[in-house]
Structures are given as structure tokens and as C-alpha cells.
Ligand binder design. Sequence first.
Ligand SMILES: [Mn+2]
Length: 325
Amino acid sequence: VTASRNRPADPLVYPRFEGIRSFMRLPHARDLEGVDVAVVGVPFDTTTTFRPGARFGPEAIRAMSALLRPYHGGHGVDVFEHLSVVDWGDVAIVPGNTERSLARIEEELGPLVAGGVLPLVLGGDHAITLGELRALAQRHGPLAVVQFDSHSDTGDTFFGERYSHGTTFRRAAEEGIVATESSLQAGIRGSLYGAAQLPEAEGLGFRVVTAEELRELGPARFGDAVRTLAGERPVFVSFDIDFADPAFAPATGTPEVGGFSSAEVVAYLRGLTGVEIVGFDCVEVAPAYDGPGQATALLAANVTWEVLALAAVRRAEQAEGSEGT
Ligand SMILES: [Mn+2]
């Protein structure tokens, strides 16, 4: 038990519409003493290939996260009884330069990861994941990746560029920082550049689960598949908001029809209990295209909340286990 546990402003003292919009109105802090989880913004959207604007994702997600309360009814857990959580703020990226931005992400996450802090990253376009994986692999070795996405993001180059939101997971595989044979891409759908695109992802070793296959599988068997594939490997969950249908998440760079409802999103994430999650990001929220109700940013805030709750459940179980010994 930590002496000073960081938790959100009490929503029954300070109404949720009040206060500065850090994630869940958590303390904005860079002191990692006793901290278990840090929410980190990465406002980088230089490599978007259709609609730009994900640089404003972190602020929009933080704004809607003010709606979240500290108790998770689905798992029956008071998240902040088990975890000390801060909002770290944003990584200072380099607008227009992907490789230097990736280096900045890796550099800034390094001390957090080394200190055993779980980083929950708010993007940003999907290129940022490569910087996160580089930082995490230094501590954990090659990670099992669970990628919720409508696209595989395993292209080789895009208009000659090697670093793009469409090439992230090929670069990660080449760098040996993702254990592709333990990794899975779920929700893949939409028109493709050609017949070779998905076989290429599978050729790298990823298990590709199309949207149709995922629907057939359902949340419980999906969770089983993840636990079996990952085995003992630590897991990185990368959630591209375009996994959700544009009816539920219109504000994204490259929307694809035939996606998942917000209820399905929640169900698939809750299926991941017991998974050792060491890193997470929610990417591709481009708030300029959101409706007046900010549904996309609201969903992204809830996706992050679900992963935070999974971490709390796991921590609670570990505490119970160690009490018995
Ligand atoms: Mn993606």
C-alpha cells in the first residue's frame, strides 16, 4: 500500500463538469513515487494517410474522461483502491518528423517502464505504437500484441516512407520487439490495396482475425484465444478506434463500415481478464470529425477505462494471492 495514492477528484465533492481536464481529473504529475499507472498523451498525426487530426486526440479523450466514475461495476472493483494513477501529460513530439518523434516517445516512456509503471497512451496516429513497443521491449523482451483494428498496419512502405501508421507492425516484427507468433489482430475489414495485404500480415506471423471471424468467436472465446496465444508473454494492447463502426466512432482517420458497436467494444475488452497487460494505447481519434456529442472521444475514454479496470482486477487478484502465502 502506497502512502500517497493518486486518485481522481471526488465526483461527489467536485461535480464531474468541473476542474482541469486531465484524464479522469487525476493529478497531473511527473513524480513516479508509488505510481502504478500513468496516462500519457502522444499528439502525433504526421503519418495519417486520409483524414488528419489525431494530434488532438489526447485532449478530446481527456475531456470526455471526466464522465468516468471510480468504481467499475462490470468487474466489481474500485479501481483506485488498487492502483495509484497519474496523468503524466504529453510527450513532446516533433511535428513533421516521424523518426525523431518515435525516438522521443521511446525516450520519455523509458523511465516509466523501467520503474514498473504501466503506461496508458492516448494517441495520436498508429505510428506511435512503434516507439512504445521499443521502450517496453527493452524491459520485457518481445511482446505479445493484441491489436484491435480494422487494418493490419503491416505495409512495407507508404509513398516510399518506411515509418507510417500503415507500417507499424511490420517494422515492429522486423525489429524483433513483437512476438508475432503470440500476437493477434482483431476486427480486420474493409477494402484493401490488393489480395496480398492480409496474407502479408499472416506471413509475418500475426494471427489475423477478420471482423466476421471475431463476431463468430464472441468475447469469451476471443479472450481464451488471446490467453492461449500470449502464454507467459507480457501483452501490449493496441486499440485503434476504427475497430468500432463509424456509426459509433466517426471521428477517425480511415473509417471502415461493418465494425463493432460500443457495447461490443466493451464486451471484447472485458474478455481479457487475467491477461498480463504491460502497455496499452488508444489511437486514431481525430476529434474534428466527431459529432456534437463527442461519441468517439467518449468511446476512447471508456476503452482506456476498461484497460485500467483490467489492471486493477489483476492487481487485486495478485494482492489476494500474496496474502494467502
Ligand atoms: Mn491502425
